[in-house]
Design a protein around this ligand. Sequence first.
Ligand code: FES
Length: 104
Amino acid sequence: MPTWIRACATDEIDQEDLIRFDYAGATYAIYHSPEGEFFATAGKCTHEEVHLCDGLVMGHLIECPKHNGQFDYRTGEAKRAPVCVNLRTYSVKIDGAAVYIEVP
Ligand code: FES
């Protein structure tokens, strides 16, 4: 059953940056967009099991640190080879100054 979990405080992620969030054996990535919105995806690249938290946020894209594949972190869509499998995304809500994500 999906559950809302507090991932971090809103001020823990700079705009156009991301952090890693681990919960119940899974790794997530939480993003702060240039517009001030928050998003969440799976924390590892779908090409190889590399942590995206070491990658680079450019606008609405996350670039994987290993082979420079890119995803749109708002939709999870694979945008640049070698990635071809989309990234899973998760719902996000803000409550006060905290970021919550809905995990399975
Ligand atoms: S591991 Fe991410 S692009 Fe290869």
